[in-house]
Design a protein around this ligand. Sequence first.
Ligand code: PMP
Length: 292
Amino acid sequence: MKKFIYSKGKFVESDSTGIDIFSQSIHYGFGVFEGMRSYITDHGIKIFKAKEHFERLLKSCEKIGIPFKADIYDLIRASYHLLELNKLDNAYIRPIVTTGRGMDLKVNDTAEITIIAWEWDFYNGNKLLSTCISPHRRPSPTTSPINAKITGNYINSIIATTDAVNRGFDDAIQLDERGYVAETPGANLFCEKDGIIYTPAVSDYILPGITRNTIIKIAHSLEIEVVEKNISPEEFIDADSAFLCSTAAEVVGIGSVDNIPFRLNFEDSVGATLQRAYKKLVLDKLSYKVII
Ligand code: PMP
């Protein structure tokens, strides 16, 4: 079957587009991207929080001066059309904004969006993640914005993930430059203590995750207390339970940090309640429509 991508305002066969090797984005990691998911819901195929993702995409561009302007609803329509062309339902959708030709270090004055999509039926089952506190901290926000989804930021994510996996862990917990728990290389973090859930406060030090925000709203609707604050690694390890969340992974329980297991069985945790509620929400179950 032919595979299509959305490039330069048109839907073209994926192998008919070459990546411009002269793009600043290739050489310097100077681009911006998003990751969205579509689900077969009770009301047809839905891209979860598409508007929020494209808003963040435009904001990320603005933060580093990429001159990309587009109508969000055109981009949403293009994403749905791309799913149709590729006959995708449960899918992962990746818009990426790249800058034009130019080897100099001043931001290029042209930019374009490409959207690709592929099947995604991620299921982690009940496996809990073994994690480690990574020796690789998140970059300082004084170097470049960490709260934007910039391609170059993921050099740090790849280094931290590879280090963790090479040492036998599933994932890494990264600290910010001040030494507080920040996020994993590709997800936000929560921990639970005495029935209250804690998460690093939105700041320059973390990506403001769309899943994180959704989880907080679900928690409020279920009258679960959420505290956003600076969390030390010691506090995190001493929590009753913990989980990560992202568009791609949804909500996944963390079993241990540096081989120290959490004391609460994840199935009995607030995280597990939120995990089930999130799944219902993305599948557009009626009872959850009212909440958010
Ligand atoms: N932090 C980082 C570093 C990420 O790459 C992601 C995934 N986009 C997240 C957090 C979670 O963001 P979201 O819930 O919007 O997918």
